[in-house]
Write a protein that binds this ligand. Structure first.
Ligand code: KG4
Ligand code: ZN
Length: 358
């Protein structure tokens, strides 16, 4: 079954062609980072407009790169939640128009759950029995959560961030260090030349049995470390700081990055260890997804965690870490093979209820 996937939930316009939920024939991603950089964050109106301008060309290119035409498509998958509502609607409208004109099924996919599927793409050999039961970790710009999974679509959320998502904390810390948005990958690179013990940033633990996350304290520690105490500037207005990142040496900036990265990644590993201690049935696999799964230190520590716990870790290939449509088309296949699909009444939603008891 050949599925066209369409993604437009945030600041990437993407389309992909995936066969049988596994073989990725094309994976086209048009990033809007340059359009949002000067605002140090994604501007919803700009995002929607850019999606509308680009989506047809992105779909055309995905078809071309896969060496097929619209008439070869058996179903259309679209990320319809969660995300920026105006942005999601562009993808959902395009998917509906295509499914209607081609007379194919349409499947709305939860973007967060699809991130967990990314590590299974391009692997022709995985089976339900070899992968599940699994635990899942989503670490992205909008979400940080852990799950238990009995199958790709049978999931329970067991913990989530109480404040910032980890990618959001990375991006804000990067902004504090004067790195261009989205600064997560730049902070990761810089951290490799810094001293991770230079600053003792807090590793969020929360209550002893908590599986939730919190990254706002870490972000604030980084802010005060770089800028000094608010209000201390000579004759400064309330809220003014003593200095900013341009007053630090390159090495000092790298030290903050390395110390931040150690604390952020340690907090994630700590919660995964807690979850593993608590699982009634030992999971076979750890499924990981979301933009921060591209992080060099997190990847290394997840592999080590897998070795310590005899757990197979499914890290997505780099092209499937960040927002993409291949993961959506892959996960949609899992619904379609059970005979389940949506119809043209499909709507978009800004929030995810994935894995929550209803
Ligand atoms: O999954 P994604 O593309 O979008 C959402 O669904 O949110 O994740 C984007 C996030 C951004 O915050 C970006 O800075 C972060 O992933 N990111 C990284 C790295 N690569 C991307 N954060 C830390 N280290 C990286 N190497
Ligand atoms: Zn995402």
């Amino acid at each position: 079954m050949r599925i066209l996937g369409i993604e437009s939930s945030c600041d990437e316009t993407a389309a992909a062609i995936v066969d049988d939920g596994r073989a990725v024939r094309s994976n086209v991603i048009a990033s809007q980072h340059d359009l949002h950089a000067e605002y140090a964050g994604v501007v919803p109106e700009i995002a929607s407009r850019a999606h509308a301008e680009r989506i047809s060309a992105v779909i055309d290119r995905a078809l071309r790169e896969a060496g097929c035409t619209l008439s070869d498509i058996d179903a259309v998958a679209v990320g319809n939640r969660p995300g920026l509502i105006g942005a999601l609607l562009v993808g959902v409208s395009a998917a509906k128009a295509l499914a209607w004109s081609l007379d194919t099924p349409i499947v709305g996919v939860d973007h967060v759950v699809a991130h967990l599927y990314a590590g299974l793409l391009d692997d022709p050999d995985w089976t339900m029995d070899s992968v599940f039961p699994a635990i899942g970790l989503v670490v992205s710009g909008g979400h940080t959560a852990m799950y238990e999974l009995d199958a790709p679509l049978v999931i329970r959320r067991v913990g989530a961030t109480l404040d910032d998502a980890i990618g959001e904390a990375y991006d804000k810390a990067a902004t504090i260090l004067n790195l261009a948005h989205p600064g997560g990958p730049k902070l990761d690179r810089l951290a490799q030349t810094g001293d991770e013990r230079a600053h003792d940033f807090p590793i969020s633990r929360l209550a002893p049995d908590s599986l939730d996350f919190s990254f706002s304290g870490l972000k604030t520690s980084a802010l005060y470390t770089v800028r000094g105490n608010p209000g201390k500037q000579l004759g400064g207005a309330p809220g003014a700081f003593e200095r900013d990142a341009s007053d630090l040496t390159e090495q000092q900036v790298a030290d903050v990055a390395a110390s931040f990265q150690r604390a952020a990644v340690s907090a994630v590993i700590l919660k995964l260890e807690r979850l593993l201690e608590r699982c009634d049935v030992k999971p076979r696999t750890l499924l990981v997804g979301g933009g921060v799964s591209a992080n060099s230190r997190l990847r290394a520590e997840l592999i080590a965690l897998g070795e310590r716990n005899n757990l197979s870790v499914r890290l997505p290939r780099m092209a499937y870490c960040l927002d993409n449509a291949a993961m959506l088309a892959g996960l949609a296949h899992q619904r379609l093979i059970t005979g389940d699909a949506d119809d043209l009444a499909l709507t978009a939603s800004p929030s995810s209820t994935a894995g929550l008891a209803t």
